[in-house]
Every structure is written in structure tokens, then in C-alpha cells.
Design a protein around this ligand. Structure first.
Ligand code: SAM
Length: 231
């Protein structure tokens, strides 16, 4: 990994990260590998310098263009549901600040990430490079997935979707053998009033071979597809 910027390992921020991990644990995050990843990623570098002192509060923060860096609890929650193993191929829809992508890298995943706002992607791309996180990124509509690198062991959508985009289901890895499970899609489903965190697991090779589980409610910025943009 490349040398981090000077204040990455600032003792004060490390202490704040430890406190954040304690908060996440008290809120029910149990996956120690996820908590370790959160402890390692310098979230203060993923937010506007004016907001750095708030970077380790368990809050979503603005990143410009009416978008947000997700609340750490939400990042940890979605990442736990993905059940990432080292070397898994993970597609993220909604790069935003790049923070979630960095957490996935810390888990040893091969990370692919798509963002519809070119300016945001430019910024997160530079930061991820500077910090030595190896993330392949693309500017575009992530609801279409990224077929060139499919299939994925996991897909995480970090914006609220009114319904499940079909291409993402098709790009999940098929189960390697009978009774094993395949790729997992973690996606908040619902409208602007709130979404239900939903996990879809591929269970076979057929078009209906998917299992659906629903979890807690969240409130995300909307997933905006190219068709919405054209309106
Ligand atoms: N994962 C991000 C992070 O760690 O900072 C949080 C992202 S923010 C909650 C959601 C992001 O999804 C925004 O940056 C938004 O521009 C992006 N987005 C919304 N619709 C999209 C789409 N169809 N394709 C790609 N990105 C999209």
C-alpha cells in the first residue's frame, strides 16, 4: 500500500476511530472483520476538510452535489450483510466519497465501483489512489451493473432503489454446486420516504432462483438511473 497522507495515522483520529467502533458494536454490529476494517479506514480524509472533526460521529455527512457519505453504521451494516471473503469480487453501485469501497478493500475484496456523478468519482478516485486502495471505477449508471467483470460474489447498492434492477440480479455469481449459495445483492428497496435493507442471494441457475431477506429500515439518497436522468 502507498504511503498514506500525513494525518492518516494522527493519534487523535485513531482514538476517534476506536470510539466509533465501540459505538458500532453497541449498536449491534458483530462482525469483527468489518469492525477492524472500519478501524483502519481514515474516514476524515473522505469528508470535506471543514467537516473533519465530525468524521467519526455516526452520521451521514454531505459530500457535495446533494449526495452523502453514508453513516458508518449503515456502511458496517451493509458490509456485514455482504459476508465478504478475501478475493471476492464485489461491485459497489454509488462510489460517492469512496469510503465504502475502501472498507471493502480492507476486507481483501477485489472492488469495482460505479458512480453517476463524474466530479464525485474524480475526487474519490484520486483519494483511493493516494491511499493505495486498488479499486476499479467507472462513471455511469450502476443500475445496469458492470457486465465486463461479472459475475460478482457480492453487489452493494448504496442508494435507495424503488425496485431491484434486473441486470444486478443477473450479474450475481451462480452457486458453485448444489445446496451452496451464490452471489449476494445488498440493496435498500423503497421510495423517498425510506427503504428496507434487502438481501437477495442467488440459489441456482434459473431465472427465479433467488432468495430474499428483509432487514431494518434506512433512508438513502435515491438511485437515479439513466432513464430518470432523461425525464
Ligand atoms: N458509498 C458511498 C460512500 O461511501 O461515500 C455513499 C454514496 S451516496 C449515499 C450514494 C451515491 O450513489 C451518490 O454518490 C450518488 O451519486 C450515487 N448514485 C445514485 N444513483 C446512481 C446510479 N444509478 N449509478 C451510480 N451511482 C449512483
Amino acid at each position: 500500500m502507498a504511503s498514506p497522507p500525513n494525518d492518516t495515522n494522527d493519534r487523535r483520529y485513531r482514538r476517534h476511530r476506536d470510539q466509533l467502533v465501540d459505538t458500532l458494536r453497541s449498536r449491534g454490529i458483530r462482525d469483527e472483520r468489518v469492525l477492524t476494517a472500519v478501524r483502519r479506514v481514515p474516514r476524515h480524509l473522505f469528508v470535506d476538510p471543514a467537516l473533519r472533526d465530525r468524521a467519526y460521529e455516526d452520521e451521514a455527512l454531505p459530500i457535495g452535489l446533494n449526495q452523502t457519505i453514508s453513516q458508518p453504521f449503515t456502511v458496517a451494516y451493509q458490509t456485514s450483510l455482504l459476508e465478504v471473503e478475501p478475493d471476492d469480487r464485489i461491485l459497489e453501485v454509488g462510489t460517492g466519497s469512496g469510503y465504502q469501497a475502501a472498507v471493502l478493500c480492507e476486507l481483501g475484496a477485489r472492488v469495482f465501483s460505479i458512480e453517476r456523478h463524474e466530479d464525485l468519482l474524480g475526487r474519490s478516485r484520486s483519494l483511493l489512489d493516494e491511499l493505495g486502495y486498488d479499486v476499479r471505477t467507472r462513471h455511469g449508471d450502476g443500475s445496469k451493473g458492470w457486465p465486463a467483470f461479472a459475475p460478482y460474489d457480492g453487489i452493494v447498492v448504496t442508494a435507495g432503489a424503488p425496485e431491484i434492477p434486473g441486470p444486478l440480479l443477473r450479474q450475481l455469481r451462480e452457486p458453485p454446486r448444489a445446496k451452496a449459495s451464490g452471489g449476494r445483492l445488498v440493496i435498500p428497496i423503497g421510495g423517498s420516504g425510506g427503504q428496507t435493507m434487502t438481501r437477495i442471494t442467488r440459489t441456482g441457475t434459473g431465472p427465479h432462483d433467488y432468495a430474499r431477506e428483509e432487514f431494518h429500515s434506512f433512508r438513502f439518497v435515491p438511485l437515479v438511473s439513466e432513464e430518470d436522468d432523461a425525464d
